[in-house]
Write a new protein. Structure first.
Length: 310
């Protein structure tokens, strides 16, 4: 390597790595400013310097495409969150999901919705859309005796308001203590009609819950201590309050049989089964849900997307 090549590399180090100005480099190396400019050009042409432009939009497209292929999804929307923080991520994916719904909802669609903080956030981001004959229905029971807010009624009402329709509530607990009582209640003509409407929904919008100690369903007090421990041992997460393991299979049939609302197998039949979820704490649950093929559309953030691909 001759002296000019060495000088070229030294100039490049100072300029690109140490943020020296060309005039400062000229003074330091004892050459003129035009010479510094030529040295930097030589460094680029000789391959001593490689400049890479990272376009966030392009990167998100790549993540979307790779997730779509890996999990055999129809559509993946990856949005950019400035922080890998659950509340920040929830805000951005909820807004993106609401925008997507604005685009796709058409006259006479039946939209099935669940509840929880993510779904409530999606609902609050919805803008009114002029459509006719749309139905909005709860996919699972929304009544709880706990002081913890599920936002069940608020969510379905906001969805209905955005699409100029009346909300169809499922006015029941999501999980009964007794299978026989649950089956008896489901035979009621009114309840049966709402559950059937949920099955007919061509669009389902839902999130995924975890089996961590602070999971919403655990805080609502539906389970005994033993049941919660069993779900934490064998489960990966829940959709519509139906718990599944890491392979996406129901992990407790007895609890599943006490649960009111749409079955996971019905989600696989939806034209658009939209999973809105992100954040470090939900990765295991999201991955299991995608392996189980319960969603064909995913709305998430770039941090979660990268984790799901790793």
């Amino acid at each position: 390597m001759d002296d000019r090549q060495k000088l070229s590399i030294e100039a490049a180090r100072l300029y690109y790595l140490s943020d020296y100005s060309q005039q400062e480099i000229a003074s330091r190396l004892g050459v003129s400013r035009p010479t510094v400019s030529r040295l930097l050009q030589t460094a680029k042409e000789s391959g001593y310097v490689r400049i890479e432009i990272v376009d966030p939009a392009e990167d998100l497209d790549t993540l979307s495409h790779e997730l779509k292929i890996k999990y055999m999804l129809d559509t993946v929307l990856v949005c950019s969150s400035p922080l890998n923080d659950y509340s920040e991520i929830q805000k951005h994916i909820s807004k993106r999901a609401a925008e997507y719904l604005q685009d796709i909802v058409q006259d006479k669609d039946i939209i099935g919705v669940t509840w929880g903080t993510t779904m409530y956030s999606v609902a609050r981001h919805l803008q009114p859309k002029q459509v006719r004959g749309v139905e909005v229905v709860q996919l699972k029971g929304g009544v709880s005796h706990s002081h913890v807010n599920t936002y069940a009624a608020e969510t379905v009402n906001l969805f209905a308001e955005a699409f100029h329709t009346a909300a169809r509530h499922l006015p029941l607990p999501v999980i009964f203590d007794n299978i026989a009582v649950k089956e008896m209640v489901e035979k009621d003509r009114h309840i049966r009609r709402i559950i059937e409407l949920g099955r007919q929904a061509n669009i389902a919008v839902f999130t995924v819950g975890t089996v961590k100690e602070d999971a919403l369903l655990f805080r609502l007090g539906y389970f005994s201590k033993e049941e919660q421990e069993q779900l934490q041992r064998t489960g990966a997460g829940d959709i519509c309050s139906r718990f599944f393991d890491a392979e996406g299979n129901i992990c407790n049939e007895e609890i599943n049989n006490r649960t009111v609302g749409i079955g996971l197998s019905d989600l696989r039949l939806k034209e658009k089964a939209i999973l809105v979820a992100g954040g470090q704490r939900k990765i295991e649950a999201i991955r299991a849900a995608l392996i189980g093929r319960y969603a064909n559309i995913l709305v998430t953030d770039q941090y979660t997307a990268q984790a799901l691909l790793s």
